[in-house]
Ligand binder design. Structure first.
Ligand code: SF4
Length: 302
């Protein structure tokens, strides 16, 4: 398969800002190597920056993955208080790394928060708010509808958890997806995406690509055999935290068409990667304000 693959996050980056795409996918490439140029190393460091919402969301994903692994392989459920204690340990570890700035020298090994790199340093209240969010998300995961299904599931019911998967569409586009969880229950394949932030309109586009994979993989014969759901773990009203996003064959066909066009664009820009001049800055100051690459980008300074 060709090196470049369409993915929801990849095309979103390209559409948001071509220059950011260049820094993230091209300039930062191999920037972890001692022999890399200073520009490459800097771009790599900036690419690896995280932020409080992303980092804490990643911790929730990590713990859930760990809990599901225990259920899937040993049939054992880690108690909630243990899972939460594990999350707090990860929060402390990451916070210490980031405040010490260890990631400045070893960005691939240590967490470095954008809030510590660029400032301002988050207040104690803000940190406590994110800690409580992590604990609440885990609590809601344990008490949610998916957990009820997981408790009943046997090893054969698991279709995938957090794996990078690739497939080729009929038109030839190479597509990469990473489903948080897919599980079979009551004759339906449930495709689950954990969300720790607020609902977003983009989610149906993301899930539609997952549905394409599920059909291709034979998890269901048609879209009616799928149940695609974002799960909003931080939602106040947990009775409405798992809205199903239904798809038809027409939806999948439309998505395949848009992926094909976007894939061709990704292949086109791949051929331009040695010349930053082909990747203009964007004019959205809101994007620049929080962009990890703002230190090296003239776009951020207007
Ligand atoms: S700072 Fe602005 S223009 Fe530069 S890469 Fe980031 S989003 Fe694009």
């Amino acid at each position: 398969m060709p090196q470049v693959a369409w993915s929801h996050s990849r095309i979103r980056t390209l559409k948001t800002c071509m220059r950011r795409y260049y820094y993230h996918y091209f300039l930062a490439d191999n920037g972890w190597m001692e022999s890399a140029s200073p520009e490459r190393r800097k771009a790599y460091l900036l690419k690896k920056l995280s932020g409080l919402p992303l980092w804490t969301g990643d911790i929730v994903h990590t713990i859930i993955e760990h809990v599901i692994h225990g259920l899937r392989t040993r049939g054992e459920l880690v108690p909630l208080d243990k899972a939460q204690a594990h999350a707090i340990k990860l929060l402390r570890k990451g916070w210490v790394e980031s405040t010490k700035g260890l990631g400045r020298r070893h960005p691939s090994k240590f967490l470095l928060l954008s809030e510590h790199y660029y400032g301002p340093k988050p207040s104690k209240e803000k940190c406590e708010e994110y800690k409580q969010r992590v604990l609440r998300c885990l609590h809601n995961f344990y008490h949610g509808a998916v957990m009820q299904r997981l408790r009943k599931a046997g090893p054969a019911d698991y279709l995938t958890t957090e794996e990078f998967l690739k497939f080729r569409t009929k038109q030839g586009a190479v597509v990469s997806v990473k489903l948080d969880l897919a599980i079979r229950a009551d004759g339906t394949a449930f495709l689950i995406d954990w969300k720790t932030g607020k609902p977003s309109a983009e989610v149906s586009e993301q899930l539609c690509a997952y549905a394409m994979y599920a059909i291709k993989a034979g998890w269901a014969k048609d879209p009616e055999g799928l149940c695609c759901c974002p799960v909003y773990l931080n939602a106040e009203d947990q009775s409405r935290a798992m809205p199903e996003v239904p798809f038809t064959w027409d939806d999948l066909g439309r998505k395949a068409g848009s992926i094909q066009k976007e894939y061709e664009e990704l292949v086109r820009v791949e051929g331009l990667k040695n010349d930053m001049g082909h990747f203009p800055t964007c004019d959205d100051l809101n994007e620049c304000k929080w962009c990890p690459f703002r230190e090296i980008c003239e776009g951020a300074m207007g």
